[in-house]
Ligand binder design. Structure first.
Ligand code: FES
Length: 137
């Protein structure tokens, strides 16, 4: 593995750094980032839940809005669900499945991530990482 700018080569897979592993605290703020697929630019986010980094497209299945009104705040008060701040749809942080609210049984679109050498990496070859945003509580 080698680090080159903000990109890391992991075996034969080219992965992009979303953030350091330490940035994602269980139940804490997430990291917002932007990805590109072809000519489409999409908002996304990463959080930590049950010890693992998870990442999703930041688009509620109800009306397509971004989930966080307060930037990078994705969890409900109990830190059990990812919540859409607009109308309260709740998603399972493990797989993005809709659990409660007006999400029409449609979940969040998950992005492939892994953690290596203290970094959270986007590993999907369908998307390019464009930029990241970190916030403090
Ligand atoms: S836009 Fe997310 S619950 Fe309505």
């Amino acid at each position: 593995m080698f680090v080159s700018g903000s990109r890391i080569e992991v075996d034969s897979l080219s992965s992009a750094i979303i953030c350091s592993s330490a940035t994602l605290v269980e139940g804490g703020l997430g990291v917002r980032f932007t990805i590109r697929q072809g000519d489409q630019t999409l908002p996304a986010f990463a959080v930590r839940f049950a010890g693992c980094a998870r990442a999703y497209i930041n688009r509620c299945s109800h009306m397509g809005l971004q989930l966080d009104i307060k930037p990078a705040s994705f969890f409900d008060n109990d830190k059990q669900y990812i919540i859409c701040a607009t109308h309260g749809a709740r998603y399972d942080p493990v797989d993005g499945a809709c659990r409660v609210g007006p999400c029409h049984s449609t979940g969040l679109l998950a992005l492939a991530v892994t953690e290596t050498d203290g970094y959270v990496l986007l590993t999907s070859d369908r998307y390019q990482l464009v930029s990241t945003e970190e916030f403090e509580e």
